[in-house]
Write a protein that binds this ligand. Structure first.
Ligand code: 3HC
Length: 308
């Protein structure tokens, strides 16, 4: 029991300082949950405007959390928001941003070359022994790690969060064949320390959740294309008949149709073991919506109209 306790203390003590690269929805969500659980957080983005936008997402979401946590106590609510925000510093300089990090999580654009270049320079600037992680949802972790040395690859993993990050309890911890057991153990301890539940998974397309979710989403679109039922009826069916919190079309619009298209197109053309898999063949309906800029909730229209 003593050994279990000391290893637990060691593991959770191992990661105190987190640096998040990318202040979009995912990156700011990750920064928020880590700061809420008393970690020192550095948020990095390309310019001040992006950082301000990220901080805006965080304070909005924190206010929502605070309202529930301290109902009827406006003072406690604003103190909570202020305290958490005070643990988040921002910078536009990635090398300076990662200089003290125990863990670096990247949540930038889903472009393999951009991520490889970023990690090539971050790996040099981050402390020896720090864990390097990508929040990619669809790119192979080992491909992102290509420019790293063998020693750096041993501490490079996937840490995949879900949207909305403050609310979704799961984080997939993705281990490559090169990743060390220590890196995986420390990442698992970090996930628990921020109040989430880890699921450890091999580095395969879509990991666990998206590998199951994307075929389901694509098959839902094909049901609609075959005119089996309306989007609304399919959503009602899956919510009330299968207990899902959102129906497939609500979820598609929430995740973003451009994101979904990017993932399935990538897997269909070059996904390891998925190339040419008919589950991921493109859909006329999805292509048309994306082509017309109807990307879901974020543009006010996707399968549903949110403009009213
Ligand atoms: N910040 C803080 N809290 C938030 C939040 C946010 N951004 N968004 C929602 N919440 C909280 C609410 O405050 C509320 O808390 P409470 O239950 O304690 O009062 C709770 O979440 C529920 O929110 P709402 O009542 O507003 O709405 P719903 O009950 O409809 O829940 C939902 C919203 C949590 C988004 C729920 O519909 C859901 O779980 N949907 C499925 C989401 C999902 O599947 N996400 C994964 C997408 S796939 C992905 O991310 C992978 C990527 O790689 C593609």
């Amino acid at each position: 029991a003593t050994r279990a306790l000391s290893s637990r203390l060691y593991s959770s003590a191992a990661i105190n300082r987190l640096t998040v690269i990318g202040g979009g929805q995912m990156g700011s969500g990750i920064a928020q949950v880590a700061a809420t659980s008393k970690h020192d957080v550095t948020l990095v983005d390309v310019n001040q405007e992006a950082l301000d936008r990220g901080k805006g997402y965080i304070s909005k979401s924190l206010k929502r959390v605070a309202k529930k946590k301290f109902a009827d106590d406006a003072k406690a609510q604003s103190e909570f928001v202020e305290q958490v925000m005070s643990r988040i510093r921002t910078t536009t300089n990635p090398a300076e941003g990662v200089a003290q990090a125990d863990l670096v999580v990247e949540a930038i654009v889903e472009n393999i070359k951009v991520k490889q270049d970023l990690f090539a320079s971050l790996a040099k600037a981050a402390p020896e022994g720090s864990i390097l992680a990508s929040n990619t949802s669809s790119l192979p972790i080992k491909a992102i790690a290509t420019p790293l040395t063998a020693e750096q690859k041993a501490r490079f993993i996937g840490l995949h969060f879900f949207n909305p990050v403050p609310q979704m309890k799961l984080v997939e911890v993705v281990r490559t064949e090169e990743a060390s057991q220590e890196a995986v153990d420390n990442a698992v301890a970090f996930v628990k320390a921020i109040g989430k539940s880890p699921a450890v998974c091999k580095d395969t397309p879509g990991f666990i959740v998206n590998r199951l979710l994307l075929p389901y989403m694509m098959e839902s679109i094909r049901l609609l294309e075959r005119d089996v039922a309306s989007a609304k009826d399919i959503d009602t069916a899956m919510k009330l008949g299968a207990g899902y919190p959102m129906g497939p079309f609500e979820l598609l619009d929430y995740v973003g149709l451009d994101t979904v298209k990017f993932i399935v197109d990538g897997w269909y053309t070059e996904g390891e073991g998925l190339k040419g898999d008919k589950q991921f063949v493109s859909s006329g309906k999805l292509n048309e919506l994306v082509k017309n800029g109807h990307l879901g909730v974020k543009t006010g229209r996707g399968f549903y109209d949110y403009s009213k």
